[in-house]
Design a binder for this molecule. Structure first.
Ligand SMILES: [Zn+2]
Ligand SMILES: [Zn+2]
Ligand SMILES: [Zn+2]
Length: 322
């Protein structure tokens, strides 16, 4: 019976479904009574989501048959006191993710002001294409505060269709400076930290979300941990929960492709680097931004081994009180 329960737990955590409850080992930290701010995970895949356009492998054919969708990475923040809602990343699934944020936060009245602010890490499609939904053809928001880096701001101001959103005041751009925290609500700050990535159109930020009780790190995309001296320790300083780049497990998911062209630290390397931390605080390192081919989605044995080492996969719908 015990074995069956374990098997069901593993299957449950690996299956392709919407918000999963806390059957998974190493769930995020316990709740804090009376805490004002909550952070929610609204998606855990790489930019293309799952199923992935053009993929005819079992990872996506099975999901298509079953009508299952995994969303690209995104986080939501909710303030219980004022009802304010912030979104980190505007993915191509932004409508579903805003709806999920409202559902998880039990916000009943949706309006033409679906959000009170938006933070974007960088200009790769999974992280900003959803901006199109705030334009004239859809939500037509009014001066939605949109926090981006200086290159990203320039990119949005000077390229269609994004410049129209700025010119028509649907978005109001706020330019983030690296290492300078922004206080979005009383005692709730977001600190942008530059990380190395393929920066074709913009710089790339990691965000540290610093609440009155807890701090959360969000690094969905990074080329490598050792590009800057002490980058990893700087990112993790003072952090209770870290959501980090888990795009590829160990490279087996891209046979025939040169991993150097698609640089991400493989999960196996990140686990080696962070093993002590995971052992001390199981569940505090949580992988997201998984590629559709990542074997952790389909191989319960691999996922179990990761969990035994004290690491976890992020889950859509999980909540951290800040
Ligand atoms: Zn990405
Ligand atoms: Zn696939
Ligand atoms: Zn990227």
């Amino acid at each position: 019976m015990k074995r069956l329960t374990l098997l069901l737990t593993l299957l449950g955590s690996a299956c392709l479904s919407s918000p999963q409850k806390s059957r998974v080992p190493h769930k995020p930290l316990d709740q804090i009574a009376g805490s004002r701010y909550s952070l929610y995970v609204l998606g855990i895949t790489q930019d293309g989501g799952l199923p992935h356009v053009g993929c005819t492998k079992s990872c996506c054919t099975r999901a298509r048959l079953q009508g299952i969708q995994r969303y690209p990475v995104s986080l939501g923040i909710f303030d219980r006191q004022t009802g304010k809602r912030f979104l980190i990343e505007a993915s191509p699934k932004v409508e579903a993710q805003i709806a999920l944020l409202h559902k998880l936060a039990q916000v009943s009245q949706r309006s033409r002001k679906p959000l009170d602010g938006l933070f974007l890490t960088h200009a790769h499609i999974g992280h900003y294409l959803g901006l199109a939904q705030f334009g004239r053809e859809v939500a037509s928001t009014k001066n939605l505060p949109t926090y981006v880096g200086p290159r990203m701001a320039n990119f949005l101001r000077t390229n269609g269709p994004w410049n129209q959103l700025v010119e028509l005041h649907q978005l109001k751009l706020h330019v983030l400076k690296p290492e300078l925290p922004v206080e979005i609500l009383p005692d709730l700050k977001i600190l942008p930290i530059l990380v190395p990535h393929r920066d074709e159109y913009s710089e790339t930020f990691a965000f540290k979300i610093i609440g009155p009780h807890r701090s959360v790190l969000f690094v969905p995309d990074v080329d490598r941990w050792d590009r800057h001296k002490k980058l990893l320790s700087h990112l993790l300083q003072g952090v209770d929960i870290a959501y980090i780049d888990g795009t590829f497990y160990d490279g087996r998911e891209l046979p025939g492709r040169n991993m150097k062209e698609i640089p991400h630290p493989p999960i196996v390397l990140s686990m080696d680097l962070l093993q002590n931390r995971a052992r001390e605080k199981p569940g505090s390192i949580r992988f997201l931004h998984l590629n559709h081919t990542n074997p952790l989605f389909q191989n319960p044995g691999l996922l179990k081994a990761l969990q035994i080492r004290g690491f976890a996969l992020a889950h859509r719908g999980e909540k951290i009180q800040l």
